[in-house]
Design a protein around this ligand. Sequence first.
Ligand SMILES: NC(=O)c1ccc[n+]([C@@H]2O[C@H](COP(=O)([O-])OP(=O)(O)OC[C@H]3O[C@@H](n4cnc5c(N)ncnc54)[C@H](OP(=O)(O)O)[C@@H]3O)[C@@H](O)[C@H]2O)c1
Length: 256
Amino acid sequence: MKANRFQDKVALVTGGNSGIGRAAAMMFAAEGAKVVIAARRKDLGDSVVQDIKNQGGQAAFIRTDVTRREDIESLFEAITTQYGRLDCAFNNAGVSSSAMRRTVNTTMEDWDWTMNTNLKGVWLCMKHEIPLMLKQGGGAIVNNSSIAGLRSEAGISIYAASKHAVLGLTRAAALDYAHRKVRINAVCPGFIHTPMLEEPWQLNPKIQDLTREMVPMKRFGKPEEIAGAVLWMCSGEASFMTGREMVIGGGQAIHS
Ligand SMILES: NC(=O)c1ccc[n+]([C@@H]2O[C@H](COP(=O)([O-])OP(=O)(O)OC[C@H]3O[C@@H](n4cnc5c(N)ncnc54)[C@H](OP(=O)(O)O)[C@@H]3O)[C@@H](O)[C@H]2O)c1
């Protein structure tokens, strides 16, 4: 029987039009949530909304660039006007590719693009999510970090810095609001088969096999394998968990 843990709840998923975010949006909707998908590509956003509606769920796409303050303000104005509440938020929007170079070869543009999306975007969203949740007496936030938020490899310095910072932000914000029933946790995925993972395969197809070999389970994760954990952390079943990260990587980072 399908669980209905999010019946009549409102759930925001940034980057909900692709990959891990798309899987989370579909799952929230399948469990009764009214889902708000925030990202830049409208065509992909509209197609997820349609898929959700075809399955009898409720969803809306609001075009948002998480690096832009005005976009974030409009997003939360729309959520307030349309729903008047926010129960769950998955701050998932992120980028990686331009940051995937050795430190000296990265540029100011790489830094700004990666940090503005992966870190400032999460912070800006939380600044608006938390007051809505406080007003209604509680809520749950999950931020998407990475195994690269716990440890690093060569060639990912800016990405790793952004994802380490997401964990620091998550822990500090969780302590700010633990006594007021807003729980804030993070997920740290390993290699998950999404468009982001595929990006470097276009440049060098050998990367696909090399990265798969790094996973003790010798396979990539599926977006749904992260989304399921995100939903659990947002649910009442995780009611005593805050300020922590869940690592899901097929055995990667066991020794972090
Ligand atoms: N796949 C992995 O192996 C892996 C591992 C660890 C962590 N992660 C993290 O998981 C998250 C999702 O990535 P994914 O693997 O699912 O890749 P993906 O399919 O490329 O999804 C990235 C999502 O972020 C959105 N996004 C990017 N920049 C944005 C911006 N400025 N404003 C709003 N939305 C933006 C994209 O939508 P638009 O382009 O339409 O805006 C897209 O929905 C990222 O934070 C990533 O770092 C992924």
